[in-house]
Ligand binder design. Structure first.
Ligand code: MRU
Length: 343
């Protein structure tokens, strides 16, 4: 896979996901504001990838700060952190990564600014490397849940593109495939931004993993016909009680899976688990531009001008609909998560 995001010759280089699948193009962000714009504009998206990108954005912004006084440097980095934190509200990985960069900065107090700047780059790169390792561990723990010959449904994109590499939900699928299992993937197209059609289908085809694209409204019919044996999705934030916020439409898939007796799994690393958020009702849900719903690609209209639009980017799947949460430490019931991940 091409890297989703990387530190390259002093810039943050992103694979521009808003251009996929037609164009494989890279975007070089030369300052932290460009990184923030890229996150806000979905050029990079997916909870872990957003977190990694924000960490690199903090490091990038820090390099441009002048002056030799640590407290001034610290304040300027804090302002960069605030700017990046204001990009998207739901994926907790964004705030987790920024917090980790702030902690690193605090641990550097009193050091020469040049070495503090270098340490922030190293920390951001460590977050990136760790994310790939977490995804591979998630894949290892989840692969056994998929049996040879099964068909798995996924929603949105929780793949290499949504992480620093390998993926969470697609990491589980990828690991099962690497074990030689002959599996099929059904990708929901994921209206309105079409992450399933544009990204998941593209990513799986790159790896020659068999994938069939359906519109979101087809999932229930396929389940009723016995064509899906398991569902696995990613997460943007998992609350302490095991409720999961993920791409809009995830809840519908979970309800359908329950109605048809199909196991429904969520795959996510510890950086997505937010024990400070007690339940799914406490997760801030991002509202996005109505043009995502009323047009194709922001230009071709598919609805009457002026129609009222409701466009929440995420929904909450209650813990009771979730068979298990696949993490880098193993597979847990939603109710076990708080104990397993308590500090
Ligand atoms: O709006 P997006 O594309 O950032 O939403 C992404 C999702 O909802 C993913 O399913 C989630 O972040 C998990 S990614 C491993």
């Amino acid at each position: 896979m091409v890297p989703t995001v990387e530190w390259k010759d002093g810039v943050v280089r992103l694979l521009d996901q808003s251009r996929l699948p037609e164009h494989v193009e890279f975007l070089d962000c030369r300052d932290y504001r460009a990184v923030a714009d890229a996150i806000r504009g979905l050029k990079v998206r997916g909870a872990p990838a957003i977190g990694v990108t924000a960490a690199l954005g903090v490091a990038l912004g820090a390099q441009a700060i002048g002056g030799a006084d640590f407290s001034g440097f610290s304040q300027a980095v804090a302002a960069i952190c605030d700017h990046l934190a204001a990009t998207r509200p739901t994926a907790v990985n964004l705030f987790w990564a920024i917090e980790r960069m702030k902690k690193k900065l605090a641990s550097l107090a009193g050091q020469p600014i040049a070495s503090a700047k270098a340490s922030l780059i190293i920390e951001a790169q460590a977050i990136l490397e760790e994310d790939i390792a977490l995804c591979k561990a998630i894949g290892k723990h989840g692969a056994g849940l998929i049996k040879d010959g099964q068909t798995v449904l996924t929603h949105c994109n929780a793949g290499a593109l949504a992480t620093a590499g390998y993926g969470t939900a697609l990491g589980v699928i990828r690991a099962a495939w690497e074990q030689g299992k002959q599996i099929q993937v059904i990708a929901d197209e994921t209206r309105p931004v079409l992450q399933g059609a544009r990204l998941t289908a593209w990513e799986l085809m790159q790896d020659q993993i068999p994938v069939t694209l359906i519109t979101d409204s087809m999932a229930g019919s396929l389940m009723r016909q016995g064509k899906i044996q398991l569902c696995v999705v990613g997460a943007d934030r998992i609350a302490a009680n095991g409720d999961v916020a993920n791409k809009i439409g995830t809840y519908s898939v979970a309800v359908l899976a329950k109605a048809h007796g199909i196991p429904f799994y969520v795959a996510a690393p510890y950086s997505t688990i937010d024990l400070k958020t007690k339940t799914g009702a406490d997760v801030p849900i991002e509202q996005r531009n109505p043009l995502e719903v009323t047009t194709i690609h922001g230009s071709h209209p598919i609805a009457p001008t002026g129609v009222a639009v409701y466009n929440p980017a995420f929904d909450v799947t209650p813990a009771e609909l979730i068979t298990g949460i696949i993490t880098e430490r193993g597979v847990f019931k939603p109710s076990e998560l708080a104990r397993q991940f308590a500090l």
